[in-house]
Design a protein around this ligand. Sequence first.
Ligand SMILES: *Cc1c(COP(=O)(O)O)cnc(C)c1O
Length: 436
Amino acid sequence: MSATTSASLAIRGGPRAVRSDPGDMFKWPIVTREDEEAVLEVLRRGAMSGTEITKLFEREFADWLGAKYALACCNGTASLQAAMWACGVGAGDEVIAPTMTYWASCTSALALGAAVNFADIDPETLCIAPSDIEARIGPRTRVIVVVHYAGHPCDMDPIMEIARRRGVKVVEDVSHAHGGLYKGRRLGTIGDAAGMSLMSGKSFPAGEGGMLVTNDRLIYERAVAYGHYERTGVASNFNVADAQVTEPELLRYAGITLSGAKHRINQLASAMGRVQLRHYPARMAEIQKAMNRFWDLLEGVPGIRPHRPAAGSGSTMAGWYFARGIYHGEELGGISCAKFCEAVRAEGVPMCFPGANKPLHVHPVFHTADLFRMGRPTVLSFGQRDVRQGPGTLSAAERIDEIAFGVPWFKHDRPDIIAEYAAAYRKVAEGAGELR
Ligand SMILES: *Cc1c(COP(=O)(O)O)cnc(C)c1O
């Protein structure tokens, strides 16, 4: 590709780097006749609230990941809450979670009466920093939530070592990284349990839905009892009874969920999920080729780095959901990430914005919200230590607007178009002098 380095940035009146119509490069989810037929079959049978299609989906999903059990839920948030409860989180307990994530990774802790002790991120992976976990473990810490953030696998080896040694369980939030690998192992099968979103914007889209995955029979049964009344062996007047619960302690409560909530997925989503799963490995491989092509074109460009594991590490970015780049403004004479992104957008890249999620540790929900109407913050309502942290405490995550930026999420490997987008980033990085 030809780099344009002279005074020609689009923001200063030069020609835009991106000129081609992207067509369906960014269209997601990919829905075909096959999805339509599968959904219509359920719709025409009136089987939306059954579980027979859902169970096929669960079996196929578990086999794909190489996990023993998969339990479909109405959304990812529910799957994560069930996973936390099944891993032993209760009132007065603590959960460790990265501050840089979507809120649903950890708000379930509050719903269970637990507090969240937020950890900082590693500024290169944007995932929980393994070095910021152990000191946060206290006598009431039950679970470490890890999020394979923006598709990047967490460094699971040190995390699992700490968790095992300290007797704490690990819940993986795989909502950004379905199908990704950590040193050759599927994400979601390394911790004690995993929860993940299947909503339409995620890299694995099933309409709306969530999936809990585990190799632990007891965790699976607890998750069933927590949100899936019709699978506890007692029939309602609507569903056929089927027994996926065998634990005597759980069987005592068969027929009513222990959460009081109902986690069943709509089978229209399960039907779509089954079709999506058949195509997902090929679609994921295509996205990987496209995204790696984009970043390979930017190899050696100052100021910007790919957000991906090293080649040959056996770790992968799965479907590159919420694709980011890592910014090193010091290599561009201190140009702010916001200024850099503004110039890239002017080149014709509308998704180039600084940052990612907003750090959660400063959000009022984790400081003052009183969910149980006990007259004090929920994070202090059940005898917890005060683990609240204000601004200035988690320095990498708080600088997120300076260290990360958005890049195009290509769904197809079309070299000519990808080269135009890469040229936009290269042009701004190499012409950053014009921005000063
Ligand atoms: C989307 C998402 C969730 C929540 O999933 P829903 O299906 O929207 O309930 C949880 N964690 C992360 C990291 C997410 O991105």
